[in-house]
Design a protein around this ligand. Structure first.
Ligand SMILES: Nc1ncnc2c1ncn2[C@@H]1O[C@H](COP(=O)(O)OP(=O)(O)O)[C@@H](O)[C@H]1O
Ligand SMILES: [Mg+2]
Length: 330
């Protein structure tokens, strides 16, 4: 194992082809076609199932849900091996939420794959680990650069590292907001049906808040995943209500959840949970200890509901991903 060298120090041409600056690997990952022809799809090495967590808008709690859902999955009785992949290239927040801001650069295997960075018993990979530290570095990429970086993060991570050499039962992917290059690349390159030995079964969860501005984008998110043949496992309404310490009545601070349920029905997608607004969820996220781990205190009534709802989502998602391939036709 060697230490990953500092990134973004390569020539422009090298950067374009290899944005993460990884050494050449023996196995060539699938390539995005330049103009025509279908891309070569494949599974993600050492990963059995993938769950993409997406949203139409930023700031709705997608990364928070990703991390807490990953722990809820890991805590199911089947004791799944779970990893988190942060594909939010422009705004990675998994290092913060996992308490890994000072983790340093990932190590590389001898064949040049990235080794996941682990905390609280979960393996993670994020663009955040690959940016030079100490300055406010912004990724200013578009088009092919983003596609290539996503390709490297999908196929050039050795998920057997950090999971006792076994690989992962499920990889939870924190997607960037909106309908851009990243979901397209995922849909183009990853075999989603899980019907061959090398395939990986993929599902997705779309997170929204109750406001109309967020809701409009949920429909776009569903339609985007359908276009790239990634099955939508269900929707999560986050910050749906607030329960104060003095009463058990839900306060719908951002409006009634009815419109969200109507939209879900219209689009024929299940609602997996309504998650309350819980101050501790935010506080613990900022301090790098996911709420699923830190537990809840009695003054925070919504916290218990949050954790139970998250457990319910984990059970539903895992059950759905066990089903035989759907053979989505478009
Ligand atoms: N249910 C919730 N209760 C309290 N705070 C929340 C909840 N969901 C998200 N937050 C907070 O909202 C902010 C945005 O969440 P984040 O997960 O970063 O959103 P996104 O990934 O969609 O941009 C964070 O500060 C997070 O802690
Ligand atoms: Mg985020």
């Amino acid at each position: 194992m060697i230490s990953c060298r500092r990134l973004f120090s390569n020539s422009a041409i090298h950067l374009h082809e290899n944005p993460l600056g990884l050494p050449r690997q023996k196995t060539v990952p699938p390539q995005i076609p330049r103009r025509t022809g279908p891309p070569a799809k494949r599974g993600i090495p050492n990963v059995k199932k993938v769950l993409a967590v997406a949203s139409g808008k930023g700031g709705v709690g997608k990364s928070t849900v990703t991390v807490n859902l990953a722990f809820a999955l890991a805590m199911l009785p089947s004791r799944l091996r779970v990893g988190i992949l942060d594909l939010d290239i422009f705004g990675p927040s998994i290092p913060t939420l996992m308490g890994l801001v000072h983790a340093g650069e990932p190590h590389l295997t001898e064949s040049g794959a990235l080794l996941p960075v682990t905390n609280h018993g979960l393996s993670t990979m994020s663009m955040g680990y690959l940016l030079p530290k100490g300055i406010d570095t912004a990724v200013v990429w578009r088009g092919l650069m983003v596609q290539k970086a996503v390709q490297q993060l999908l196929f050039d991570v050795d998920w057997t590292g950090g999971s006792g050499g076994h690989g992962l039962d499920i990889l939870v992917v924190d997607m960037p907001p909106g309908t851009g290059d990243v979901p397209l690349t995922l849909g183009q390159l990853v075999n989603v049906d899980g019907d061959k030995e090398t395939d990986v079964k993929v599902g997705s969860v779309i997170v929204s808040t109750p406001q109309d501005v967020a809701l409009t984008d949920v429909k776009k998110g569903i339609s985007m995943f359908r276009k790239v043949s990634v099955p939508v496992t269900g929707l999560i309404l986050n910050q749906s209500h607030f329960i104060c310490g003095n009463c058990s009545t839900p306060h719908y601070l951002f409006g009634s959840p009815d419109r969200f349920h109507e939209a879900a029905k219209q689009m024929e997608v299940d609602v997996l949970a309504e998650l309350p607004l819980v101050p501790g969820v935010s506080k613990d996220g900022d301090s790098g200890i996911p709420y699923a781990l830190s537990g809840w205190n009695e003054n925070e009534v919504g916290g218990k509901i949050w954790n139970e709802a998250m457990k319910g989502v984990a059970e539903k998602v895992w059950a759905t991903l066990q089903r035989p391939p759907s053979h989505v036709t478009l």
